[in-house]
Design a binder for this molecule. Structure first.
Ligand SMILES: OC[C@H]1O[C@H](O[C@H]2O[C@H](CO)[C@@H](O)[C@H](O)[C@H]2O)[C@H](O)[C@@H](O)[C@@H]1O
Length: 545
């Protein structure tokens, strides 16, 4: 089914809204990026590489040398030898400002590691994967702290774990699953260090950035900080850690619960429901992908339309699902992204989880008043999730599209026709926090709906049913989505759902194992139709660890 149409008239929420200031270094690196594309061509070109380059000489000197480079008469392209010499003279290698750090709590085989995994080959593989922590743990080089203006990398206080390959910095929502893995590896201190780094971002910016780079400061990512702290607390019982983290969680909650991210939908009974959306503070090309964004925007005629498109692109990056037909009114055209007009199921579930976690932590540290406030907020949000997203006929929770002509209005009228009935893995994310668990009829309905949805394939859960060549679409499967649905099914209280959860986990692990045996690496996404095949599509080469 086509998704509901987004508003057709200009919407202030997309063309207007806040825009974060950029830095002179980012602006300059973007010009270098553009020259590099013209010089080296688009084959294997990764625009992110250029905005990750650390300066080695002062910016004015680098700018003067860049301006003096010979250029072709058609402008832009520089002879490759000259550009390479310039890059070598003025910059360090991308990633050289993030240095390897030996995680102090790493041991080759932790005591009590995966006690149920007995098969010798599978166990050997699990230990190899465990040893990847040593390659992925990094800290910022001293120069980043000493001369921050020379780096787009942000000076974090402690060691972090990076996703790997082109992702040379810490990422927000990735860190939740990294921490789940670290806890399995009994690396509790490294897990706490990651949280402390993210908290330092909340202290400086008021929210956790998409990633720890200056060019990611205009947006966040799916808010899972409280979930990280909860998992660490469950394993360590460290109350002091919870106490120190709580003020940052409150600060993060107010970031999501204010202005751009929040709006109200009034239902047929006159009840107001507060819901949240992704909304970046940016209306220009993303620096890490500027050449790509500009090329898409060239199909748009007015500067207003371009700015609107750029805000939609950055807001989609905030969702973590960049990119997917989920956010597009026409799945063949990226320029139809309408993320700021969509109220996403998963974001609202993550914020509900944040509220429940804060209520729990506040009670733990003896602040009953905060606990009560957040418990009440969580009840209201549960009610909103039921009213806005739940579709009883389908047995799924569906994204809600704002169709009014003005998506920055404070209040909108509920219209059930605005639910997007297309099937995405996100329609089942409420399972993860057990929304359904107290009601077996709902649990059964959701499980049946999931089994019929077409998402479950031979080697895992597909992200959607549309093959658009976007990376968050069919046939790609992503580990976070497998994990949340498997964990949700397992705790639904139904025996059949538990068996299904084990079956899905097995399908996923099998393809991960076969791919690892074939390629020697773990992949960020897999093709859920073919055993051992990694995923594709999207704007960058598939990444490995
Ligand atoms: O460089 C393009 C985009 O890359 C990131 O997104 C993808 O990788 C992230 C790190 O693993 C992951 O969190 C995200 O879900 C992926 O889609 C980045 O987060 C984007 O902001 C960036 O524009």
């Amino acid at each position: 089914a086509p998704p509901p149409s987004p508003p057709s008239s200009p919407i202030c929420g997309s063309s207007g809204g806040p825009v974060k200031e950029s830095t002179p270094l980012i602006a300059f690196l973007q010009r270098v990026q553009s020259a590099a594309l013209q010089t080296f061509g688009s084959n294997s070109f990764d625009p992110k590489l250029y905005v990750d380059l650390p300066l080695q000489r002062a910016l004015p000197a680098a700018q003067a040398a860049f301006a003096a480079l010979p250029r072709s008469s058609r402008g832009g392209a520089v002879p490759a030898a000259d550009l390479n010499r310039f890059l070598g003279d003025y910059f360090g290698a991308a990633g050289s400002d993030m240095v390897y750090a030996e995680p102090p709590d790493f041991v080759p085989e932790p005591e009590g590691f995966l006690p149920k995994v007995e098969h010798p080959e599978v166990r050997a593989w699990a230990l190899e994967v465990h040893s990847l922590w040593r390659n992925l743990t990094r800290r910022v080089a001293d120069d980043v702290r000493a001369r921050p203006e020379m780096h787009t990398l942000l000076p974090l206080p402690g060691p972090v774990v990076v996703p790997g390959s082109r992702f040379r910095e810490v990422y927000y929502w990735d860190s939740y699953w990294i921490i789940r893995g670290l806890l399995v590896s009994k690396m509790y201190n490294t897990a706490k260090c990651i949280v402390n780094n993210l908290i330092s971002l909340v202290d400086s910016y008021g929210y956790v950035l998409n990633g720890a780079r200056a060019y990611y400061s205009n947006r966040s990512q799916p808010p899972l900080l409280s979930s990280m702290i909860m998992e660490i607390y469950k394993k360590t019982g460290d109350l002091e850690f919870v106490k120190k983290s709580l003020p940052s969680l409150l600060k993060e909650h107010s970031f999501w619960d204010s202005e751009i991210h929040k709006l109200t939908i009034k239902d047929g009974h006159g009840c107001n429901h507060t819901v949240n959306r992704y909304y970046a503070m940016w209306n220009k090309p993303r620096p890490e992908s500027a050449t790509i964004d500009e090329s898409f925007a060239s199909a748009l005629s007015s500067s207003h339309d371009k700015e609107k498109f750029y805000r939609e692109v950055a807001s989609t990056a905030e969702s973590g699902w960049d990119f997917s037909s989920r956010w597009m009114s026409n799945s063949s055209h990226l320029t139809t992204l309408a993320t700021t007009s969509i109220i996403p199921v998963d974001l609202n579930v993550f914020i509900l989880k944040m509220e429940l976690d804060i209520a729990f932590f506040a009670k733990l540290v003896g602040d009953n008043s905060i606990s009560k406030t957040f418990l009440e907020a969580s009840h209201a949000r549960e009610d909103s999730i039921r009213s806005i997203f739940w579709n009883d006929e389908m047995g799924q929770w569906l994204d809600y599209w704002l169709k009014d002509s003005n998506n920055c209005k404070d209040s909108h009228q509920l219209d059930s026709g605005n639910q997007n009935q297309n099937i995405f893995a996100s329609n089942f994310i409420p399972l993860w926090i057990g929304i359904h668990a107290s009601d077996h009829t709902i649990a059964q309905k959701v499980m049946n709906s999931f089994k019929r949805s077409g998402l479950l394939r031979a080697f895992g859960i597909a992200t959607s049913l549309s093959n658009t060549r976007q990376q968050w679409d069919f046939p790609n499967g992503w580990a976070p989505l497998q994990h949340m649905i498997v964990e949700g099914l397992a705790k639904s209280g139904l025996k059949e759902a538990r068996i299904l959860a084990e079956d899905i986990a097995e399908r996923w692990i099998r393809t991960n194992y076969v791919a690892y045996k074939q390629s020697g690496v773990m992949h960020e996404k897999y093709d859920v139709e073919a055993c051992g095949e990694f995923g594709g599509g999207g704007e960058y080469t598939p990444q490995t660890t």
